[in-house]
Write a protein that binds this ligand. Sequence first.
Ligand code: 13P
Length: 249
Amino acid sequence: MRKNIVAGNWKMNNSLQEGIDLAKDLQKVLNGKTIRCDVVICTPFIHLASVAKEITTIGLGAQNCADKVSGAYTGEVSAAMIASTGAKYVIIGHSERRAYYGETNVILKEKVLLALANNLTPIFCIGEVLSEREAGIQEQVVGTQIKESLFDLSPADFGKIVLAYEPVWAIGTGKTATSAQAQEMHAFIRKTIAGKYGKEIADNTSILYGGSANAGNAKELFSNPDVDGGLIGGASLGVDKFLPIIEAF
Ligand code: 13P
């Protein structure tokens, strides 16, 4: 069956030493605890190799990868380079990458293929902006994001993807989707996957919720049948805030 996952997305935060300390502190508090989900931290590129040395049970991920294999692409970091640090995950298609760096469904499809080719698990982000929700077209938007970037994958490859539904209007705004809104969209996503790849693959796909998830609302969000965990931004930047979310399972 599908895994429950709580993943932190540090975004562009923490100096190298601050990141090492945060990872170390989190690993320390998790040691000896019974945790009912997989825990992942997605750090800036510069932290990956150092943080990899500090963690044992926590999974490590990057927040982006290049859409090219290697070569003269100044400033880019390839999926192979990420994998060489010990990272096992990579966030692809975060709304901030889509909005600020012009990442399209077609570009994201390339990134997914490169991540999979390097044995990284893509945490593929989808979600509508406020005007799309207000217009009632959120399912159409999310459905198109999934289809255009992921539905050319083989069933075996699709089975390696983790999805994260992040309504853009809920990211960093303190405005969380209601538990019912999250469940409704997650069920739609699972149905969309089932329509293409069948019920078994859909049932085995972890679909995380992201957008102002915190210690106060995680339990209710995660109690929904189609919500398999969270992709956590702000509340992943301190052990005191992140641990209760992990323990919500
Ligand atoms: P916040 O939890 O800060 O709203 O961010 C969510 C997010 O974008 C995680 O990828």
